[in-house]
Design a protein around this ligand. Structure first.
Ligand code: DWN
Ligand code: SAH
Ligand code: ZN
Length: 408
């Protein structure tokens, strides 16, 4: 174990609880003939002894992760598209009902949520540094700025558009280490009665499902109600609501307002109480998670090696960012998994980071079906298993590895 790190939130000391070793960037899919050396960093995760925030010990410069060729496209899942249409409808009927309301979405990606806001004719702005995805949003009629959100961005937006009734981030706030600048920006940009809403993977679900593949470069923070409330207080905000979501394997939507602007929902205290009872952010819980990671690695690699010995074909399903941690930490290369199929044109024809599994279009899955499919996109299991029903009917079997390694 290395020296304690410094908390990016409160400057307390961060005690490491797991080290995945050298890892590539989770979304750095490579052209097969790219001669450039791959970038690696140390993926290690720890907990702040002062504010309990779970976070990475090493930070990757943001421009290395989020740039013109960032390959993740939020609209790739039917379930997620419906989720974000629901989010837009909710905001339209609750927070955006005054005269000429304004909503800012940070990390709007391909416009999956803001498209509905634009269609409703409501003033909005997306902030999205990944240029290719921002272009897709613009093509849907979404107003978007290709920049990173931080204090200076918020002040520019304030000058050009005035204050925002809603600032929303989905799967984005946990990607931003520089929270102080974000909170200063939010504080400047938000109306007095406005809401700052963000949804991100919940540490409680990661611990419960041992979903260690949520841990990778882009996910800098792993929130709990306790750590988010402390963070809110530090910057003059209050946590007024928490809503568990089924998306991405278990998330929480946090609603913050300026301190004193709204009465917190009883759900906040209930969740804080449950976190206390289960000792969610306690060091023992995190050490248990660490033990679970090693157990899953051993079981999964044991299963895959056994299948190779029996001459079975195994293919991966979903070239997720999460799978970079699984393949590289477990040592799963093309000798164990032939290729990964994925619907994203931005990933097809490339190699997965580090492990170098070829990415093929979904048509390759059935030509012919493999014996086993390793479901890297386990968070989309219902959607994928439904559309690939014919695979099981043809005798194919799914391999899952959270919350435990099993064959279906
Ligand atoms: O937090 C993040 C989330 C929102 O998205 C980012 N840091 C990066 C990314 O993480 P991920 O790549 O692990 O997300 P998903 O949504 O689990 O990725 C699913 C992958 O599987 C995509 O590449 C699309 C693909 N897919 C597919 O091939 N067929 C997905 C579905 C639903 C399908 O039917
Ligand atoms: N909101 C979408 C996209 C999540 S992926 C969804 O839930 O599916 C994370 C996104 O955050 C990427 O598109 C990335 O470019 C963006 N991002 C990362 N740092 C950011 C920052 N400082 N400001 C705005 N967007 C950021
Ligand atoms: Zn801290």
């Amino acid at each position: 174990m290395s020296h304690p790190g410094v908390c990016r939130m409160c400057a307390g000391s961060v005690r490491e609880f797991f080290d995945f070793g050298r890892q590539p960037l989770s979304d750095a899919f490579r052209e097969p003939d790219d001669p450039r050396a791959e970038f690696f960093y140390r993926l290690a995760v720890g907990r702040c002894e002062t504010c309990t925030m779970v976070q990475l010990l090493e930070e990757v410069p943001r421009e290395r992760m989020f740039h013109q060729d960032y390959p993740y496209l939020s609209s790739g899942s039917t379930v997620m598209r419906a989720h974000f249409e629901g989010v837009a409808e909710r905001f339209l009927s609750t927070e955006l009902t005054g005269p000429d309301p304004f909503i800012v979405e940070v990390g709007c990606n391909d416009g999956v949520m803001l498209e509905s806001i634009a269609k409703a004719g409501v003033r909005h702005l997306g902030v999205e540094p990944s240029g290719g995805t921002a272009d897709l949003a613009a093509a849907k009629g979404v107003q978007v700025r290709k920049v990173f959100f931080e204090e200076a961005t918020a002040l520019d937006i304030l000058r050009d558009h005035g204050r925002a009734d809603v600032i929303y981030m989905a799967n984005t706030f946990c990607h931003i280490p520089y929270v102080e600048s974000v909170f200063r920006g939010v504080s400047a940009l938000l109306t007095d009665g406005g809401v700052f809403v963000f949804e991100d993977p919940y540490l409680g679900d990661i611990v419960e499902r041992v979903s260690f593949d949520q841990i990778y470069d882009e996910h800098f923070y792993y929130f709990t109600a306790l750590s988010v409330r402390r963070m809110a207080h530090r910057f003059g905000f209050e946590l007024v609501d928490v809503e568990p979501l089924p998306t991405h394997g278990g998330e929480i939507r946090y609603t913050l307002t300026r301190a004193g602007a709204r009465t917190p929902s009883p759900a906040v205290d209930r969740l804080l109480e449950r976190e206390r009872e289960t000792g969610l952010a306690e060091p023992e819980t995190l050490l248990r998670l660490a033990a679970g990671v090693e157990r899953i690695r051993d079981e999964l690699t044991g299963l895959l090696r056994g299948l190779r010995e029996q001459g079975k074909r195994v293919v991966g399903y979903g070239a997720t960012a999460k799978s970079a941690t699984v393949t590289n930490y477990c040592g799963i290369g093309p000798d164990l998994v032939e290729f990964v199929c994925d619907t994203s044109p931005t990933k097809q024809g490339r190699l997965t980071p580090g492990a170098h599994l070829p990415v093929r279009p979904p048509e390759a899955f059935a030509a012919p079906y493999p014996d086993y499919a390793l479901l890297f996109a386990w968070n989309h299991a219902d959607e994928i298993m439904a559309k690939e029903r014919a695979f099981r009917e043809a005798g194919g079997k799914w391999i899952l590895y959270v919350p435990e390694v099993r064959v279906l």
